[in-house]
Structures are given as C-alpha cells and as structure tokens.
Design a protein around this ligand. Structure first.
Ligand code: GAR
Length: 195
C-alpha cells in the first residue's frame, strides 16, 4: 500500500476528489492531510473521511525540521500538493525526491510563480486576452511552479469569461485529471514505496 499525504490549505475540492477516487483502493491510501490553516475547508473534508490532519506552522516548516519526522511516523511515501501555497523547503524535497507533485491552475511556465494562485491567475489570463488556459500537474522542486511537467490539459477562455467562470472550467479539469495522474504515477514501476 502506498501512503499519500495531501498538503492543502484551501477549500479542499481537489483533496476531496482524490480521497473519493482512492476510497476503496487496495494500492493507495490517503493517510494524512497537512494544512497550515486550522479553519480551512479541507480540514472538515479530512474529518469526514476519517483522515488525520497535521496542522503546521510556518517557521518550523520553512526553516526548521519541516515536520519530516511526522511524515515518517505516518509512513508517508508520496506527497500531493492540492492548493498548498507555501514554498516546499529543500529538506523536504531531499527527503522525498521525485515524490512530491503539485497542481497549478494555468499552463505553466506562464502564470506561475510566487503569489500566483486562485483568482489572480485567472484574472491575469483574462487581462492578457489569452484564448486558452488550463492546468499543469508537475513534480515539485525548490522553485515555485518549476518542476518537470507530468500533464497539461487545456480549455478555452471565452470572450465573456470572468475570473470566476474561468476558475469553474479549470476546476473541472483539475478534478478530472489529478486523481488519475496520481494513480498512474503510483502504480508505475519506477515510483516505488519510499520508506
Ligand atoms: C486549485 O485550483 C489549485 O490548482 C490551486 O489552488 C486551488 C485549490 O483548490 N493551486 C495553486 O494555485 C498553486 N500555485 P481546492 O482547495 O478547491 O482544491
């Protein structure tokens, strides 16, 4: 059984889709949710699925031990970021090399980087009169939104789109693809149990 930690600090809609996808899986278990906002929607979703939640604090995460012992205690093999906005510290990347992935609501390398999340991304896409946007699922390295791309999926940007209407179209793509990419990755030979 491969054990995933989902790092999320938002409403948790992607986390929910991933939990539902692997609910009855014999190969993959969602073993932990890691969150930096105690009141975030994802905490309620984790509770509903009986998944433990680890609430983390910025300094210890970014410049302390990065909670690596806690991840090992929960026997975490693989980390999935789903609306987690803090930069992943080098210590954690080195503890989980090629075992951390992220989803971004745009076609990287455009519209990525520090501070580019949620409505800001979609507003920038609309302001630039892009004809297309989409999602990028990628490995995580020490720079924001930079690691090797695993999948991009594209959708149109319509003439009368607002950041909100575009966000809804993008969210459908995220929900459709993220669980499948995780499943594919974790059932490939080269992604072995980490511990
Ligand atoms: C998702 O759209 C995800 O792509 C984005 O946060 C949202 C979380 O939504 N992540 C980033 O922007 C990372 N730079 P959710 O809480 O409903 O899953």
């Amino acid at each position: 059984m491969q054990r995933i930690a989902i790092f999320a600090s938002g409403s948790g809609s992607n986390a929910q889709k991933i939990m539902e996808h692997f609910h009855a899986s014999k190969k993959v278990a969602i073993a932990l949710v890691v969150c930096n906002k105690p009141g975030a929607g994802v905490v309620t979703i984790a509770d509903q699925h009986n998944i433990p939640v680890l609430i983390i604090e910025k300094e210890r995460f970014s410049s302390g031990d990065s909670y690596i012992n806690e991840l090992k205690e929960h026997q975490i093999d693989f980390i999935v970021l789903a609306g987690f906005l803090w930069k992943i510290p080098l210590a954690l990347i080195q503890a989980y090399p090629n075992h951390i992935i992220n989803i971004h609501p745009a076609l990287l390398p455009n519209y990525g980087g520090k501070g580019m999340y949620g409505q800001k991304v979609h507003q920038a896409v609309i302001d630039n009169k892009e004809k297309e946007s989409g999602i990028t699922i990628h490995y995580v390295d020490e720079q924001y939104d930079n690691g090797k791309t695993l999948l991009q999926a594209i959708c149109p940007v319509l003439k009368d789109d607002t950041a909100t209407s575009l966000a809804q179209r993008i969210q459908l793509l995220e929900h459709e693809h993220y669980p499948k990419v995780i499943e594919k990755l974790l059932t490939q030979q080269e992604i072995q149990a980490h511990r």
